[in-house]
Ligand binder design. Structure first.
Ligand code: HEC
Ligand code: HEC
Ligand code: HEC
Ligand code: HEC
Ligand code: HEC
Ligand code: HEC
Length: 443
């Protein structure tokens, strides 16, 4: 009967383990639902204060409002409405979004505010396709009265106040949603870690209990033969280590790993995928091409026109940095390079061997391929790295798979017709046009 107890003990262990796994799964599902629901409340919460701003009209001085009305209609109305986006953003809620001194500075000279590197201003400016709002020679009092007028008009007619394209409102919403998703992700992780810790503690406790029970059983005299057998069970580790099959398995694994590693090593000779050297100036594509959405070709001016994509000269940086962040130590490095009349020594990342011919304009302009297809998410990189392998196989694979854009190009009409007759249905790829012939890529 004690053997019965021992066996039921192992059943207990199994049942406990299963319960915990089930609990774990339910918890994870809960977390997932929380995250799904969490997005909407988070978003509305972010939008709520903005909406509240719309109804806060009324408590303003009637004289200032009347003066503001006239000034607004005379100066601002061609580009702004209070509750709608026209050329510029809807102005409803502006006194909540920005402090009055900022608004005054902005209306007097908005480009100066953008050039000062003010984060909000730069973002807004980029969001509105870099349209320059004109400068106004208005007095502080006049601008204050325009704000008072805007406040009095908030929420009247038009669409929902402030909901249209204000960077604060919608970036707030996305940020809230993002935070929420991240939050629930963290929640799941915490639950999992807690569960794992609980499981470990449980296993350790159970092993201890099992040992205690064995000790208790050993102390008893009334055990039958099978109970004694179970009690005296031991794993013969030395026997396993010395056995032939064990040596065989370990040996085979070892040989396989060594072979795999050496083949990988040989294949990687001359490859520099992932190469990410430190650059002399902490220039960030994430900041420029990502956040500020500066077009790639603004700096890499020749990428659509010629074989090589150029690296911009310091003069291109100065288009902006003669105004923006002029006191930053990193920007001072650009000034020094210009003073010394020496180019900035950027470290080259991508570099095909001289035996291969690659032409950017052929791929970007004619082929219409996005930079990111070959260079990866450059707009998210603080420091650029080589994303693709740049091997011959990489070039050839794409040429085999990518259909050639022949539409509206009379040159290809006859070729495509002949190709379709010979290969029913197969698309006319770069390779069908001779894109895998050695001489196309090798000098
Ligand atoms: C020619 C068009 C134009 C005129 C006229 C104009 N604005 Fe603007 N305004 C814009 C644009 C475009 C933006 C968006 C930012 C940018 O691209 O510079 C903007 C942005 C603003 C902002 C920031 C809005 C926000 O949501 O943060 C304020 C405040 C503003 N304008 C006030 C005024 C006032 C006050 C007047 C009249 C005295 C005026 N604007 C006249 C085009 C104009
Ligand atoms: C404000 C100017 C600027 C913009 C905009 C810009 N770049 Fe660059 N890019 C540079 C500079 C400077 C370097 C050299 C320093 C470095 O590698 O970070 C560079 C380097 C690179 C390199 C690596 C060149 C090498 O050495 O092999 C690639 C690839 C690249 N850019 C692609 C892009 C793409 C794609 C975009 C658009 C999404 C873009 N760049 C936008 C300035 C710019
Ligand atoms: C079209 C405008 C523009 C051009 C061209 C441009 N930048 Fe910038 N740069 C910016 C803006 C905007 C910022 C962000 C300023 C801020 O964060 O307030 C910035 C920030 C920087 C910073 C970070 C400064 C700091 O201390 O935070 C560096 C470094 C920088 N740029 C280097 C360069 C270099 C090098 C070039 C030329 C290859 C260049 N930039 C070209 C607009 C530009
Ligand atoms: C079909 C793949 C492909 C596309 C698309 C592509 N590139 Fe490249 N890029 C390359 C290769 C390959 C190299 C290395 C060229 C070499 O070493 O001669 C390179 C190199 C560069 C360099 C370093 C300077 C040079 O020319 O060697 C820059 C900068 C660059 N690319 C920017 C861009 C930008 C910006 C775009 C988008 C407008 C773009 N590339 C699109 C494959 C591509
Ligand atoms: C992402 C896909 C892609 C990759 C990767 C790619 N190519 Fe291409 N390539 C194209 C396309 C598409 C065209 C056809 C452009 C056109 O003429 O419409 C093309 C055309 C060419 C041509 C002209 C072929 C002809 O028939 O005239 C050459 C040469 C070439 N590529 C070289 C290269 C080299 C070298 C590499 C690798 C370093 C490479 N390509 C990588 C897509 C790619
Ligand atoms: C689509 C472009 C393309 C075509 C077509 C192409 N190659 Fe290549 N080839 C390359 C590129 C790019 C490299 C360099 C890649 C590297 O270094 O890994 C290369 C490298 C080589 C190398 C290696 C050289 C070395 O030093 O490692 C040989 C050999 C070669 N190619 C032969 C050929 C032959 C033969 C053909 C025709 C059957 C051919 N290639 C067709 C793009 C091409």
């Amino acid at each position: 009967m004690s053997s019965y107890r021992l066996r039921s003990f192992s059943h207990w262990l199994l049942a406990l383990f299963l319960t915990f796994t089930a609990v774990g799964q339910v918890a994870a599902q809960d977390a997932a639902t929380v995250s799904k629901e969490g997005v909407t409340p988070g978003a509305t919460a972010a939008a709520a204060p903005a909406a509240a701003a719309g109804s806060a009209a009324g408590a303003t001085d009637a004289g200032a409002v009347a003066a503001g009305d006239a000034l607004f209609k005379g100066n601002c109305a061609q580009c702004h409405a209070v509750n709608d986006v026209v050329v510029g953003p809807a102005l409803a809620g502006i006194d909540k979004r920005r402090p009055l001194p900022w608004i005054i500075k902005w209306v007097k000279n908005s480009s100066k505010v953008v050039a000062s590197g003010d984060e909000y201003a730069v973002k807004l400016f980029n969001q509105y396709q870099k349209q320059q709002m004109p400068s106004f020679a208005l007095s502080d009092a006049e601008i204050t009265s325009i704000v008072a007028y805007v406040k009095s008009e908030e929420g009247k007619g038009g669409k929902t106040p402030t909901a249209q394209g204000q960077p604060t409102a919608d970036s707030g919403q996305t940020a809230a949603a993002g935070d929420d998703a991240a939050g629930s992700g963290k929640y799941i992780n915490v639950v999992l870690i807690v569960l794992i810790v609980v499981l470990i503690v449980l296993v350790v406790t159970l092993v201890i209990i099992a040992n205690i029970m064995k000790d208790v059983l050993r102390g008893r005299k009334d055990l039958d033969g099978r109970d004694v057998e179970i009690l005296d069970q031991k794993t013969d580790w030395m026997g396993v280590l010395k056995s032939g099959w064990f040596k065989g398995v370990v040996g085979t694994l070892f040989v396989l790993v060594v072979l795999y590693e050496s083949i990988q090593g040989i294949m990687a000779v001359g490859l520099s995928q992932g190469y990410q050297p430190a650059q002399p100036i902490a220039f960030s594509h994430k900041l420029h091409a990502g956040e500020h959405q500066i077009n790639c070709a603004y700096c890499h001016t020749s990428v659509y026109k010629s074989k090589s994509a150029n690296i911009p000269s310091a003069n291109i940086c100065m288009n902006c940095h003669s105004q923006i962040k002029t006191t930053s130590p990193e920007i001072k490095k650009i000034y020094r390079a210009i003073q010394r009349q020496q180019p900035i020594q950027w470290v080259r990342i991508h570099n095909l061997p001289d035996l291969a011919y690659f032409n950017h304009s052929q791929h970007t302009q004619v082929g219409g391929i996005e930079c990111q297809t070959c260079h990866g998410p450059i707009q998210n990189m603080d420091v650029v790295y080589q994303y693709s392998a740049l091997t011959m196989g990489w070039c050839i694979n794409c040429h085999r798979e990518t259909p050639l854009n022949t539409k509206g190009n009379g040159y290809y009409d006859n070729l495509v017709k002949l190709h379709n007759e010979a290969n029913a249905g197969a698309p006319f790829t770069v390779s069908s046009n001779g894109g895998t012939e050695c001489s196309k890529c090798h000098y």
